[in-house]
Design a protein around this ligand. Structure first.
Ligand code: ZN
Length: 485
């Protein structure tokens, strides 16, 4: 058994212990006694596993069960001259999404899990890579794996006598899977104390395989920006005096008009644009893919227009990368089978491209809806009016720096942990806790230093979540390198 094997076994056993505490994201409102107990148990376990870290830190409880640890810096950053970094914030969340058992009476294996999701099983040899030690259970990837490797790295370094030059903050949210109020509270506390983080690391990308067409090497995808999120309501109102019994329908109803509006939205998508981050991603990947893709990606900066138009045709994640996406989710109309609605509405979920804004994206929808249900189509005569209302909105985040020592530090740490990975920045399609931090710091890198296959990525929030123990060893290396840098 090599040193790495022994470390992998130790980390796997520890992660299994974290998994066995089912810290499922609590419902909104005050913490119930059961939730309070399980989060308290997790805190006790973390204190037991990482005694030096908790002894060295000032610990604040933020929100309902979030933890904010501060390990004071020695104040010696000048040692490194003008390029020294300021405070570092490392984030990971303690809560996990539930693990539905599926239909009543179905056992876990029937529901698609190899092992019970909260049993915390360490298994050998059942992974694609034969003999690979694997930890199974809810939270192994999202996000207890990252929580573990962060604390392991800090604990190891403290044991070796290391101290951070600038303050090191560990922000361990307790309700990330429900908008993250504890992370929000922690950020408010940091803001109140005047903390301006030089660098923030949170979950997001990972070391992924098979994610980029033509790329044989694993890709360490580091999220450097997030798309915005807008919830819109499109409503078509009819003349209430004409609302009638279903036996005598009007010539133009609100439901077909809503249908025309939604159809038009699908036929008139937002313009495709290649943002700077995606160009930077292509630049990073280009040398590692075969021609002619290499040639094309290497010139992405000067081929933005045509490339964006081609990529949008590919659909899925690639298409979502190059524009604001729009999709209807909730539909409302009549509540009875024989009553004609006088109002029909659709909730539309938009993910706003980083090159756009909430206002611009909303204006596009208004234009398209007006074109489909406008006065020119006889809607006025039929007494139909269309309205587009913004229910909630958050702007896309600015991109974190890619041209200074902070990106260089993150890249170097990734390469140290995963020498064969191609490090590439990318724009996150989904929203994360890190957006709360965007108000106090600009250099936010969303990256879990764990290897994830396509199957493992889809197990996040799904079934059979698991992580390779060797990847935990590499994850600790990532954080050690980062902190020592
Ligand atoms: Zn997560």
């Amino acid at each position: 058994m090599t040193d790495d094997d022994a470390t992998a076994r130790r980390l796997a056993d520890r992660l299994a212990r974290l998994v066995r505490l089912p810290t499922v994201t609590p419902d909104d409102g005050p913490l119930g006694p059961e939730d309070a107990r399980v989060f308290a148990d997790l805190r006790t376990l973390l204190t037991e596993l990482y005694p030096r870290t908790f002894a060295a830190a000032e610990v604040d409880v933020v929100g309902r069960a979030g933890l904010l640890l501060r390990i004071a810096g020695t104040g010696g950053p000048e040692l490194h001259g003008a390029t020294a970094l300021g405070p570092v914030v490392l984030m990971a969340h303690q809560d996990v999404v539930p693990a539905p058992r599926g239909d009543a009476g179905e056992d876990w294996v029937g529901a698609g899990w190899s092992y019970e999701p909260f049993a915390g099983v360490v298994a050998e040899g059942d992974d694609a890579a034969a003999g690979e030690l694997t930890v199974h259970g809810r939270g192994t990837l999202d996000d207890k794996g990252a929580l573990l490797v962060t604390l392991e790295a800090v604990e190891d370094l403290l044991a070796e006598g290391w101290r951070p030059h600038a303050d090191l903050w560990l922000l361990l949210g307790a309700d990330e899977e429900r908008e993250g109020p504890s992370a929000e509270a922690a950020v408010a506390l940091l803001a109140e104390r005047g903390v301006e983080p030089a660098i923030v690391i949170d979950e997001g990308g990972a070391v992924v395989t098979g994610a980029f067409p033509g790329l044989r090497r694993p890709m360490a995808a580091v999220g450097v920006a997030e798309k915005g999120v807008v919830t819109l309501e499109i409503a078509i109102d009819g003349d209430p005096r004409r609302a009638a019994h279903a036996s005598t329908p009007p010539r133009r109803g609100v439901v077909p008009a809503l249908g025309r509006a939604l159809d038009a939205l699908e036929r008139h998508p937002h313009p495709a644009v290649l943002d700077d981050v995606t160009v930077a991603m292509f630049d990073a990947v280009a040398p590692h893919v075969p021609p002619p893709l290499r040639w094309l990606l290497g010139r992405a900066g000067s081929l933005r227009g045509p490339l964006a138009r081609v990529l949008q045709l590919l659909g899925g994640e690639i298409a979502a990368m190059v524009r604001t996406t729009t999709t209807a989710t909730v539909l409302r109309g009549s509540s009875a089978a024989n009553v004609i609605a006088s109002r029909a509405s659709a909730v539309v979920n938009m993910r706003v491209a980083t090159s756009s804004t909430v206002a611009e994206a909303t204006a596009h929808v208004e234009r398209v809806v007006r074109g489909a249900v406008g006065p020119s189509r006889g809607s006025r005569r039929a007494g139909l009016t269309a309205t587009v209302r913004v229910v909630s909105a958050s702007e896309p985040t600015p991109a974190s720096p890619l041209d200074d020592e902070r990106w260089a530090l993150v890249s170097a740490a990734v390469t140290h942990a995963y020498p064969d990975a191609v490090v590439a920045p990318y724009t996150m399609l989904a929203a994360s806790d890190a957006r709360h931090v965007a108000r106090i710091g600009r250099a936010i890198y969303r990256f879990s230093p764990l290897r994830m296959s396509a199957a493992q990525r889809s197990s996040i929030h799904g079934v059979d979540e698991n992580v390779a123990a060797s990847s935990l060893v590499a994850g600790v290396r990532f954080y050690r390198h980062l902190l020592q840098g």
